[in-house]
Design a protein around this ligand. Structure first.
Ligand SMILES: [Zn+2]
Length: 341
């Protein structure tokens, strides 16, 4: 379970709490997407539900029936719940199911663990339904709630009833090491991935995608051809998003859409660095030339506006707006803002 790397302090916190008999009943995990919160939570569940643990170590045995069932996510005392992928809010029926399952006696050991993902997307109704359980969970139950980067997005009623565990972005060296383990041998490619991954190993592994980097080259070419053909740009963009494997679902397509927009932001930033004479991580001469010319033609103020506009498009994608209409409006307004049509 490589994603759990870099979070030793979280395990240490739980080990200490258990040793001192002070394990809480509700925790809220906070941190960037793909950083390993869910993996750590599953690992903790494995440790806490293991039936063959050495009394001295906070570690699962790895081969008892309980360990195998957690691994297969089929343990009767492990309750997993999350928001449906294409929905903005948590389903209230899911909350009711979690509550009723928690009310049953543990089938195997002394404890039940509920792991609830996407608590940022609890609406007030879902949060209200859950409050009582959060305040006084049935004896022996442990709730692990998983949220996004900050506590602003969760309802205060939830935050105030949980112990908060922060997940820090992983250091570049660790992501570099994990990428090397995943056979990313090209050092420049690893550096590029790391610069975009925000300290998240999940995002780094998704960025390890040849097609994505080929698409990035296309974006650079478009920036080299002012006036940019906004219709052709949008068409190419949507084609690329369509290429995402269908079976991976709409979630991956949206994450890809966000990643391509973040690539765009990094190109704008590189263009600013080149124009303003700040060191850049680019090494290819042709890219440097195109992005320097882009700076000269468009200028820093408009490039900054374009970065803002790109961030806005990312928010729209995350709010589940229709991808096509987001990109049509984005390509049109971005091309218009180059000032040359
Ligand atoms: Zn075990």
């Amino acid at each position: 379970m490589i994603h759990a790397k870099g979070h030793d302090s979280v395990f240490a916190t739980f080990a200490r709490a258990e040793r001192n008999n002070r394990l809480g009943h509700a925790y809220l995990f906070i941190g960037l997407e793909g950083i390993g919160k869910r993996t750590v939570a599953l690992n903790l569940a494995r440790i806490l539900l293991c039936e063959n643990r050495s009394p001295s170590a906070f570690r699962e045995c790895g081969h008892c029936p309980s360990c195998a069932m957690v691994e297969a996510q089929s343990h009767p005392d492990l309750i997993l719940a999350s928001r449906p992928e294409e929905s903005l809010y948590f389903n209230i029926d899911t909350i009711h199911q979690v509550i009723s399952q928690l009310g049953l006696k543990p089938s195997r050991g002394r404890r039940k663990i509920a792991l609830i993902d996407h608590v940022d997307d609890f609406n007030r109704e879902a949060a209200n339904a859950f409050l009582k359980t959060l305040e006084e969970p049935p004896l022996g139950s442990l709730l692990i709630l998983i949220g996004g980067p900050g506590t602003e997005r969760q309802l205060q009623t939830i935050v105030s009833r949980c112990q908060i565990i922060h997940f820090s972005p992983l250091p570049a060296e660790l992501i570099d090491e994990i990428l090397r383990e995943n056979e990313v041998t090209d050092a420049q490619k690893r550096a590029r991935i790391i610069s975009l991954a925000q300290g998240s190993i999940g995002q780094a592994l998704e960025l390890n995608d040849e097609d994505l980097w080929a698409f990035r080259s296309d974006l650079v070419s478009f920036l080299g051809q002012i006036p940019i053909d906004s219709v052709a740009l949008c068409q190419r963009w949507l084609e690329f998003l369509e290429e995402a494997p269908k079976e991976a679902g709409a979630g991956l397509r949206r994450r890809r859409a966000v990643m391509t927009l973040r690539l765009m932001i990094s190109l704008f930033q590189e263009s600013l660095y080149l124009g303003l004479g700040t060191p850049t991580s680019l090494t290819e001469a042709s890219e440097k030339e195109i992005l320097t010319r882009y700076f000269e033609q468009v200028g820093p103020d408009r490039i900054c506006e374009q970065i803002d506009r790109t961030l806005e498009a990312i928010t729209q994608i995350q709010q589940l707006l229709m991808t096509e209409s987001v990109f049509e409006a984005y390509c049109d307004s971005f091309v218009r803002s180059t000032g040359v049509r």
